[in-house]
Design a protein. Structure first.
Length: 132
């Protein structure tokens, strides 16, 4: 149960997620036809919604890890004066022999991801998969 607006996003290993998904499926709490994308980058892993919490998995979590994050506490900042400096465009067909017909460039910025409330972020180790 969500308390103090903390732990709204839970990320765990695929094995731990499967145990939670099986338990939720027995209670008819998963709608696999309605998996939405989390962000513009297209995170497409399935997830479970319990109260206001979203539970999902990531391959980078070890088998017994679970992260309870509060996304509202995280801020992506761009340093003033370093906001998307664009290099000159390169015409690929002129710079490479046999290059395709398109232009490309690099965009530079100085940014950081900071957490304003680290006490609302938790890492659980030693978690055991549920057998539903």
């Amino acid at each position: 149960k969500l308390r103090a607006n903390a732990g709204r996003l839970i990320i765990t290993s695929p094995a731990l997620y499967e145990g939670l998904a099986n338990a939720a499926d027995l209670r008819n709490q998963i709608n696999s036809n309605a998996v939405r994308e989390f962000a513009e980058t297209g995170f497409k892993n399935p997830y479970i919604v319990v109260d206001d919490m979203i539970i999902t998995w990531d391959h980078d979590c070890t088998a017994t890890e679970l992260y309870m994050l509060t996304p509202e506490s995280w801020v992506f900042e761009i340093q003033a004066g370093s906001n998307f400096n664009v290099e000159p465009w390169t015409e690929k067909w002129r710079s490479e022999e046999g290059g395709d017909y398109y232009r490309w460039t690099q965009i530079h910025t100085k940014s950081r991801l900071i957490c304003r409330e680290p006490w609302l972020q938790h890492k659980v180790v030693g978690a055991v998969a549920l057998n539903a």
